[in-house]
Design a protein around this ligand. Structure first.
Ligand code: GDP
Length: 401
């Protein structure tokens, strides 16, 4: 009997053990594969132990920058490379400005074939009859050289070709080069004036109709100056176009130039004033002021730009007023130039978008119109696609050398 009872007890225990195993294994299956411990939010974060590889972003923030391995900021850690947003934005190093036009000449040559190469082809004809001279004239007019300069050039070319008699292609190229360079005014002083007096920053105001590339040019010019070792403060006084201040600030941040800005629709004159004040306070070399160019009415424009100029000049005289013109707008650009010249004293012209037009002759026409030199040209949307204007290099790009 006792043996029977013992056997029953053993059997019961065995059944109990088996069912327990089954239940626990079922429970295990119900758990998600990588379930965290039941209450992660109240568990205090474990302190990182020596040798642990994974680190939280907070830990990264606490580590000195050399340890984290920000590019260029020290020796990177050996084990796992850690990707961290650099806290200090990396500054770009703009291209040097010397020889930019030569480097960018392909942009001009591509778009200017009809002017330079067209003229050379026409002049190379065996028989330079009246029709050919008319074609030469048309080529110049089509390229926006303007009526008076075209007539002058054709007259001089006719005279020189006649004296030359037989012509070799090389002689023709030299002759055309000389005449075009003469027409571009090789003696103009094309340096952008950025030297202030008495240790104060040079102040440059950038004006022009919206859409001509004014803000972009101001940003590119900041890069030109930084490339030449100058420190720059930007004044976002185009408060009319919503994105203009952001756009300018982005340009500035890329090269470490501070931007002074105000509320959208704010008073451009007070922003311009504050920008110069800031430039003086931080001992900057140059202050560049971007302005709004609404050609609503001449009086409106005059009021607006006139006020900006007057207010800025409370700090001292402006060193340069650059007029930005879009080369693709042709005669319309000349009309704009006339209006702006009546409102403020333009001291230099920036011709933008010369990469996208065959109308490079506008350089000649606008200088004639205003009696003011083209100082810079825009040859693309890239950050360093703004070049100091050099007549010789420009003509070489047009006709090849
Ligand atoms: P703003 O209204 O006068 O300040 O004009 P933006 O600076 O905003 O420029 C208007 C447009 O012209 C932008 O898309 C610029 O990238 C473009 N732009 C400016 N300069 C040049 C240039 O030299 N070449 C080309 N192809 N585009 C340019």
């Amino acid at each position: 009997m006792e043996i029977v009872i013992l056997a029953v007890v053993i059997a019961l225990v065995a059944v109990g053990l088996i069912s327990g195993l089954v239940v626990s294994s079922r429970k295990k299956k119900q758990l998600p594969p990588s379930a965290p411990s039941s209450t992660p939010t109240i568990t205090p974060p474990a302190e990182p132990r020596v040798g642990e590889e994974a680190e939280t972003p907070r830990d990264e923030a606490r580590r000195p920058i050399e340890e984290v391995g920000v590019p260029g900021a020290g020796t990177p850690v050996e084990e796992t490379p850690v990707v961290v947003e650099p806290e200090i934005p990396e500054l770009e190093v703009p291209e040097p400005t010397a020889g930019r036009l030569v480097r960018l000449r392909a942009r001009l040559a591509r778009s200017q074939n009809s002017l330079g190469k067209g003229l050379l082809t026409l002049l190379s004809r065996d028989n330079l009859d009246e029709d050919t001279w008319e074609e030469i004239e048309d080529t110049l007019l089509t390229a926006d050289v303007g009526v008076a300069p075209t007539q002058e050039l054709v007259e001089r070319l006719r005279e020189r070709v006649r004296v030359l008699g037989t012509r070799t292609p090389d002689e023709l190229r030299t002759l055309l080069r000389e005449e075009l360079v003469t027409l571009l005014g090789p003696d103009f002083d094309r340096a952008v004036k950025t030297e202030g007096g008495d240790g104060t920053p040079g102040v440059v105001m950038v004006v022009g109709v919206n859409g001509t590339g004014k803000t972009t040019t101001t940003g590119k010019l900041a890069r030109v100056l930084v490339a030449d070792g100058r420190s720059v403060v930007l004044g976002a006084a185009d408060t009319f176009r919503a994105a203009a201040a952001d756009q300018l600030q982005t340009w500035g941040e890329r090269v470490g130039a501070r931007t002074v800005r105000g509320p959208e629709g704010g008073d451009p004159a007070s922003i311009a004033f504050d920008a110069v004040k800031e430039g003086i306070a931080e001992g900057a070399d140059v202050v560049l002021i971007d302005t709004a160019g609404r050609l609503h009415t001449k009086t409106g424009l005059m009021d607006e730009l006139g006020k900006v100029k007057r207010v800025v000049e409370k700090h001292g005289p402006l060193d340069e007023i650059l007029l930005v013109l879009d080369a693709t707008t042709g005669q319309n650009g000349l009309v704009q130039a006339r209006v702006f010249a009546e409102v403020v004293d333009i001291t230099g012209i920036v011709l933008t978008k010369l990469d996208g037009t065959a109308k490079g002759g506008i350089v000649i026409a606008v200088q004639r119109e205003l009696g003011v030199p083209v100082k810079l040209i825009g040859l693309g949307e890239g950050p360093d696609d703004l070049a100091p204007f050099e007549p010789g290099a420009f003509v070489d790009a047009l006709i090849g050398d």
